[in-house]
Design a protein around this ligand. Structure first.
Ligand code: NAD
Ligand code: ZN
Length: 604
């Protein structure tokens, strides 16, 4: 029960103040519901405005009938005819109420001395003398079993002997009552000590009841003054800032990497150190290799190891991940020793996702987003056979789900081991080599021209950019050298966007991918070809590269779109806000209008 009075004496209307897009009272209500500790949560109020505010957002509220002196009276009236066991009073002005404190108060009723307890409440240690001596801060002292001895606005105990190490506790306005106790409380007239201190739980002590205090470390923020509100707003802003855009990133890197022509043959030895008893290794391999025994024979399967060929006709889907995970689970009793992905960006992403989903329950679609993965993935190894995406080094695995195309971006996503063997890219068809290679070039252009750029991304981005120019526009570079250099360019390009972001080409290309199923590499090329106004230098070089390698791109791919498809495409692209913000700065909406995007798509 959340008692909520409209007219607080010190800060009238405080519960209806805006706190980061929601009123204070609604934040408190949602916080209480979100703890998952209660069968029901109600706001009990004397105000139509507060009643409306809660009910119109789907919450439960009760109008109190009578004038009441304090919150507990308000609650007593409300629960009198309800079938309840324990009632918890959460203050309406505590929007940061957390599960920890509430759970501690409730746990009191399940401990040994529970039958002696009528009321439980919460306290937190304070050390600042300013707070200890502040009459707005109610202090509490307890006996050896944490039963309350007294509550006061004065500092208690008084520190006459400065050498006694005494702790001060602040009382937090959360109470849990047995139903009978709150009804008793309601009927008992107020006595002198309560009247003098204006602290309602003193009434209990004055009538000889027991109040058990639980201790929390959670300081919380009560909104008593406009200054408190300003402080709370800053807290909310901080907590709601996506970790992506707070200016700093703390990301893991691939801890082990082998590089070099022929290094693929190190795999057997690397895996032998990671094998757990009889738990198999599962190899997820691009099915383009299915009929290439010369390559497949180099993968040594031992004991019950398993080889799965996966198709890359379409980009990886959450359903495809779920299916592979189901297959592995049904075939083996224990978790695999590891997952090894061998292929391009599609297969590498698939392998990362499978390794995550083997230890996390539910569908892969539930983990699309930032930091939603809670459990460490199964050991996973990435072995690229085509270069450019940077998927071998990145913290994400891009998946198309039922609702969106979005990566599982988490600390557990990156590979534990990568093997970079340039010779594995020997059979890549020329067009595909170009499209995937251009993904790297475009990553660099977008990162280097972006507003998020810093020295970290720049140092990786510039190196990768130079390598791409050398590979795609240089003359006379031997093929084996070009393969090795593109492999490193892909790695550096991936590192560059780890600390910045991609831009306009990727945003528009995601739109094509979502509506038309256009694959990432070729989609980026189709888009980038028309982005002179955003990336003049990059697009000029790109056109030269196309010429030099006689690459043709499809044209008119958006000419047959229905209006609805075009709108979806524009929505998909504009939905990728960080990409636009990186590309065009804070005022990106003024440049990237719907008309602008439509015009660009129609050119493609
Ligand atoms: P891909 O993995 O789809 O492979 C492209 C084609 O090349 C496929 O037909 C494949 O069979 C073939 N191929 C691969 N290696 C070959 C070889 N050695 N010989 C012959 N054919 C070979 O394409 P991609 O461009 O590497 O990856 C695109 C995917 O990567 C997209 O799904 C995209 O979303 C994702 N991506 C992920 C990240 C990330 O950070 N995780 C970054 C960029 C892109
Ligand atoms: Zn890309």
């Amino acid at each position: 029960m959340i008692p909520a009075r409209y007219g607080a004496s010190r800060f009238p209307g405080k519960l209806m103040q805006d706190l980061g897009g929601k009123t204070v009272i609604r934040r408190t209500y949602d916080a209480a519901v979100d703890t998952g500790l209660f069968q029901d949560v109600f706001v009990v109020t004397d105000s139509d405005v507060i009643f409306e505010e809660i009910t119109k957002h789907g919450g439960k509220a009760i109008m109190s009938q009578k004038e009441h002196e304090c919150g507990s009276d308000r609650i007593a009236e409300a629960v009198e005819h309800m079938d309840v066991d324990i009632v918890v009073n959460v203050q309406g002005d505590e929007p940061f109420t957390t599960k920890d404190g509430l759970k501690k108060v409730l746990d009191v009723f399940y401990q040994e001395d529970a039958d002696k307890i009528d009321l439980a409440s919460l306290m937190t240690e304070i050390n600042d003398w300013k707070e200890i001596s502040d009459p707005n801060c109610v202090k509490v002292i307890v006996d050896k079993d944490n039963f309350a001895l007294y509550f006061s606005r004065s500092p208690i105990p008084y520190p006459r002997d400065k050498n006694t190490a005494v702790k001060y506790f602040k009382h937090k306005g959360i109470y849990a009552f047995r139903k009978q106790a709150i009804l008793d409380f309601y009927r008992l007239p107020m006595r002198k000590l309560e009247a003098a201190e204006k602290i309602e739980c003193i009434r209990y002590l004055e009538y000889g009841h027991n109040i058990k205090m639980a201790v929390t470390k959670d300081q919380g923020v009560e909104i008593d003054t406009p200054e408190d509100l300003a402080r709370a707003k800053r807290l909310i802003e901080k907590s709601e800032q996506p970790a992506v855009n707070n200016g700093y990133r703390n990301f893991p890197m691939v801890p082990k990497v082998v590089f070099g022509k022929g290094s693929f043959d190190q795999l057997e030895q690397i895996l032998s150190q990671e094998r757990k008893d009889r738990a198999p290794f599962v190899f997820i391999v691009d099915d383009v290799f299915e009929n290439q025994p010369s390559f497949i024979d180099r993968i040594t399967l031992k004991f019950n190891d398993k080889l799965i060929f996966a198709s890359t006709i379409e980009e990886p889907k959450t359903s495809q991940v779920d299916e592979i995970v189901k297959k592995i689970r049904s075939e083996y009793k224990q978790l695999p020793s590891g997952i090894i992905g061998i292929g391009g960006g599609s297969i590498l992403d698939l392998a990362k996702a499978v390794s995550i989903m083997l230890t996390n329950s539910g569908s892969a679609s539930e983990y699309q987003g930032w930091d939603l993965v809670k459990k460490k993935a199964v050991y996973h190894v990435g072995i690229p056979t085509i270069s450019g995406t940077g998927a071998e080094v990145s913290r994400t695995c891009v998946l198309t789900g039922p609702e969106r195309k979005l990566g599982i971006n988490s600390d557990y996503t990156p590979f534990d081991q990568v093997i970079l063997d340039p010779d594995l890219c020997i059979g890549v068809p020329k067009n595909q080599w170009f499209y995937t290679g251009m993904d790297c070039f475009i990553h660099c252009v977008e990162s280097l021209q972006g507003t998020f750029l810093n020295a970290f991304s720049q140092s990786y981005g510039e190196k990768a950019y130079d390598l791409c120019v050398e590979i795609f526009l240089g003359d006379g570079m031997p093929e084996h050298e070009a393969r090795a250099k593109l492999m490193m360019a892909s790695w550096h390009g991936g590192m560059s966007i780890a600390y910045s972001q991609v831009g306009v080409a990727h945003a528009l290309s995601y739109g094509l991918g979502y509506v038309l199923g256009t694959k990432h590499g070729i989609g980026n090329c189709i888009v980038f070809n028309h982005l002179e106004e955003f990336y003049p230098e990059g697009v000029k070089l790109f056109k030269q590269m196309m010429d030099k390698h006689s690459i043709d791109l499809p044209t008119g791919i958006c000419s047959q779109l229905t209006d609805a498809q075009m709108e979806t495409m524009i929505d998909t692209a504009l939905g990728l806000e960080p990409l636009w913000e990186n590309a065009l700065g804070d005022n990106w909406r003024e440049i990237a209008t719907r008309e602008k995007l439509r015009e660009l798509y129609l050119k493609m």
